[in-house]
Design a protein around this ligand. Structure first.
Ligand code: SAM
Length: 316
């Protein structure tokens, strides 16, 4: 369906849990330990997907927290796969639980994988993530490629003075592997905007004139794509703050606590809990239809915006 600004909403991001294995500071933004909150059940998520397909959703991304912490992840994937009208299911993961799982995820019906990776240096990765293992992520990436996920997207959030000296190392990964490395601008989703830490895509491009524009993977995508001539993989720049793409935004988010957030960069949320508890799909559909219709025109990053939730809670 269209929202009031004529944007067609076809993409649902489901945050399966707020729990995460890692403690990336910019994602948790000072929230500390992450208690287990009550989470929607698998059947509740599937009801939401079934209803949203009726409103025109064709693509679902599973995220979190860390979606692979859900014990029923494979059943959630296969349940969504069974919904008529779903064309694509993707997942964003930190890769810590990926080794040994890629084939099963493929079998369950997952189409694509985004793996978060902010450093290629083991000690730095461990420090940035509060104890994560780079080896596990790298094994996970190789297995995902072997299992036939294509392309595998690698998400790196660059923070000035922390990991922005690794841009060329990340790009080098695209030489022989069919991976798509995406540099994502840090967004202010916490108490403060550390704007001085943000590394823009334009800065990356200015310093690397050899990067040439590549065909977008799909129409209306937020990333600007590039590649180095002769390289197998590609590079994407995602700059929600310096190059906002709100006019073509096609997504809404449902979080594990049953709240629907139509825009990442605005605090407006609508509860689906009562509609889910009513057991009536018509009520659920009308609640979601209203929320989509009222999707904010644009995010408020870069303004006086203070997000009431961190990314780890909303789902990236
Ligand atoms: N745990 C999974 C993971 O690590 O990929 C999924 C959830 S995580 C919130 C999804 C993505 O959001 C990650 O790539 C993470 O780096 C990104 N992210 C988190 N906080 C962010 C922020 N403040 N600005 C930009 N990206 C952020």
């Amino acid at each position: 369906m269209n929202d009031r600004y004529g944007r067609t909403i076809s993409y649902l991001r489901l945050s399966l849990t707020e729990r995460c294995t890692l403690k990336c500071a910019y994602c948790r933004a000072g929230e500390g330990a992450c208690p287990k909150k009550s989470e929607l059940t698998r059947e509740e998520f599937l009801r939401i997907v079934r209803v949203m397909v009726k409103l025109g959703v064709t693509k679902v991304r599973l995220t979190g927290g860390e979606p692979m912490l859900r014990r029923d992840l494979l059943e959630i994937v296969s349940g969504i796969r069974a919904v008529d009208g779903i064309e694509e299911i993707t997942m964003t993961t930190n890769g810590q639980h990926l080794p040994g799982m890629s084939k099963e995820l493929r079998r369950a019906g997952l189409d694509r994988l985004n793996i978060s990776l902010d450093s290629l240096r083991p000690e730095r990765y461990e420090a940035l993530t509060g104890g994560g293992s780079l080896e596990l992520v790298r094994t996970g990436i190789d297995e995902a490629l072997e299992a036939g996920f294509s392309p595998v997207k690698l998400n790196a959030v660059l923070l000035r003075g922390t990991n922005d000296d690794e841009v060329d190392d990340f790009i080098a990964l695209t030489k022989d592997k069919p991976v798509h490395v995406r540099f994502i601008e840090y967004m202010p989703l916490g108490a403060e905007d550390h704007a001085n830490l943000r590394v823009t895509g334009d800065e990356i491009l200015r310093a690397r004139p050899a990067l040439v524009p590549a065909e977008p993977m799909y129409e209306g995508q937020p990333a600007r794509d590039f590649r180095l001539p002769g390289y197998t993989g590609s590079v994407g720049l995602i700059n929600p703050v310096s190059h906002r793409f709100c006019d073509s935004c096609n997504r809404v988010r449902v979080m594990s606590d049953g709240m629907l957030r139509p825009c990442l960069g605005q605090n407006m949320e609508v509860s689906l809990k009562e509609a889910l508890e009513s057991g009536d799909d018509v009520i659920l559909l009308e609640t979601i239809r209203n929320a989509i219709w009222n999707k904010p025109k644009a995010h408020a990053f870069g303004e006086e915006f203070v997000s009431d939730k961190t990314m780890s809670r909303i789902g990236g």
